[in-house]
Each structure stands twice: as structure tokens, then as C-alpha cells.
Write a protein that binds this ligand. Sequence first.
Ligand SMILES: [Ca+2]
Ligand SMILES: [Ca+2]
Length: 442
Amino acid sequence: MKREPKYTATTRYLGHILATIFLLTLIVACSEDENVIEPADTGLRMAVISDLHYYDPSLGMEGQEWQMGLFADPKLLTENADILSSLFASVKTTDAEVVLVPGDLTKDGEKHNHEAMAGFLRSLESSGKKVFVVPGNHDINNPVAKSFHGDPAQNIPGVTPAEFAQIYDEFGYGEATERDPASLSYVAELQSDLWLIAIDDCVYNTGEETPPTYGSISEATASWVVAKLQQAKAQNIRVVAMMHHALVEHFTGQSSFPVTAEYVVSDWQQRASSFAQAGMKVLFTGHFHANDVVSYTDGSSTLYDVSTGSPLSAPCPWRLATLYKDGRLILDTRTISNVSVPGGNFPQYATEYLNTGMTNLVAYMLVNDFGVPEELAGQVAPVVAAAYVANYAGDEEMDTASEQAVMMLNSLGDPTASLLAQLITSMRTDLPPADNVLTVTL
Ligand SMILES: [Ca+2]
Ligand SMILES: [Ca+2]
């Protein structure tokens, strides 16, 4: 006769403990097999906010000159203070340790707005983050720094390069381990084995009545950047870079279309090749107001140009980026949504504002700058505007309306019409990799 085993409460209890230990062992073994991130490598968490274009509403928003400015450049300037306030509140809630701002901190380089921006950045730092800035094309020696208390608009003080560095002393210039004598470029240490190379590619002293849109890295500054990259490589130090203008074309032909050429730095292929060869692997940029990522390869060297859109242009994005020691860079995108506007739906309001503004601007430019007949301009402008909206948002694709417009334009046998067809196609054809949520290995 088989005897039934007798379980006591104690043996059942011991059994549970043994089962738990066994399970825990399994979990640990599985974790090791899957090669989870070592606790020591939590990565460096960065927020990237670009093209903030701050303008203090108390400087006035009245008059035809103000309205003309909005027509020529359809940014959400009227709503900018509320939008930036929402942005800074959101950035504060993240666990980002570093905040990168690749230029265009102010509407047009007004000293008043720079000082206010420094106050906002100080408040970000008091929430436990380190902020680093470089100038954009609007920020320094800007001849159109104005207040708008009715027509005519009034000139107000701007800033010189030295004043810019002084105002943003706590946000890069004061903690720089090295500064480029030829520009406002600098090196700062983000971690003991990670440098930020902040590159100033802006052109300040043209003597023109309006600030230049294009950017250019002087030979002296390019050599300085290459020397810093080589020094980092020799010391086994990783590098993250930032600059205002794109270093690499973000869509095919961007540097040659008349309306988009000035958004890519001059001599971009030469600069991109030398920086990639010297070891630059990732560069955060802004300027075009588009969320986009492209790569550039020279031989065995590849770099990623990560462009971040503006909070003042739909979809009002900013980025979170985490860089691990094994080279993985995880990029995520956030958009600003909680701003009070007529109708209550801010994302929809921002998209309609950009769409309408770009449609009107493109129609005007087609007729007045490119000699396109008014009827054709009226037909094509909404398609070009929609291409901008899609390109700014990132991960863009062709749609039926664009395909039909491209076919119609190509059938006209006119050089301007063909160029427009190319522009629409290029702006809707995303170059790899993806733009908003992705992981790349540097
Ligand atoms: Ca892309
Ligand atoms: Ca894209």
C-alpha cells in the first residue's frame, strides 16, 4: 500500500520559499541573457528645445509693421509667451539633466527679450537641469530689433556677440572648458567622458537692413571644431554637438531650392565630411522649424543631424534624447498642447495657423518673386503649404493631392513649375532615418 506523503504547514511554507527563490533565480538569469542595461548606465537624459523666438508681449503687438511681420513669417508670435510658458513647465517635469537650445532664443535679438529668456532658463536650471545655448541667425546684431506700439515700429537695443555671451554666461559661456577665439563656439563637459561642442555658425556683420538667414562656419572655426573632435577622440571622450543651421540637407535639394537653400550651412558637404571624419556622430540643429533626422556618411564615418522644430510652428515639438555609453541614442518627441486659444484646441489652431499663413505667403511669393500667374499660384500654394506642414511634423509622406499637383506642374513644361513639383516631392519624401521616435547607434 502506497503511503500518502504528509505535508505539514512548515514544509508547505518551506516549499513556497524554495519556489520563490527558484523563480527569482530564473528572472535574474533571463535578465542577464537579455543583456539589460547595467544600472550604472542610465544614460544622459537631454531635452532639446529650439527656435523659441521669445518676444515679450509688453513690447507691443500693434500696427501694420507687426502684421506684415506675421505675414512674412507665419510663426505663433502673438501667442508665444503662453506657448513658451507651457513648454518650460513641461520640460521641468521631465528627468532630463541637460537642456540644449540650438539658437533663435529671441524674435529678433532684442536685448530685453534675451534678458527675459535668460530668466526663463535660470528657472529651468533651478529645477535641477543644466542649460546650454548657441546663437541663431535672429539673435545677434539684428537691425530689426523693434517694439511694436503702433506704426512706425520703434528700434530697441539688440545685443553684440560679447553681450550675448555675457547674458548667457550661466548657460554655456561661463562653464565652457574652452572657447573658440573666432566665434561664440565652445566646449563644455556634460559628463567626465562626454563633451558638448556648441558651434556658432551665425553671420553677424553683413551691414544689411535685415539679418541674414544663411549660416556659415569660418575656416578658423571649422579648424577649431575639428581640433576639438580629434582631441576628444584621442582622450576617449564622446561628443554631442549642436548648431543652429542644418549641417546636412534634410531633404533632397534643400541646399539648392531658392526658398530653402539658406537653411543648410554654406559648404555643407565639405563641413559634414570633415566633422564626420574627425569623429562627430550626432549634431542637434534647428532653424528650418522641422522635426527631422538625417544621416551623412563619409567612408566609414556616419553622423546624424537631428533637427528639432519650433514651439511656435505646428506641431510645436520638442525632443527628449537619451544617450547611453554603448552608443545608443534614443530620440522621442513631445508636442505642446495645453495653451489657451480661441476654439480651445491648440494643436488644431497651430496647424491651421501654419497652413493658412504658408498658403498666403507662398501665393504672394509665387506671383511677386517667381512670376507665376495668379490662378496657378492660387492652385499650387495650398499644396506647397501642406508640404511644409507635413515636413515640419516629420515622418512625412506623399498624398494624393500632392501627386496630382506634381503631375499637373510637370505637364506644363515650364522651369518654375517643374521646380515647384520637385520642391513638393522632396519635402514630402523623408530621408532616413525616421524623424520623431527612433533609436540610432552612434
Ligand atoms: Ca528623416
Ligand atoms: Ca522628414
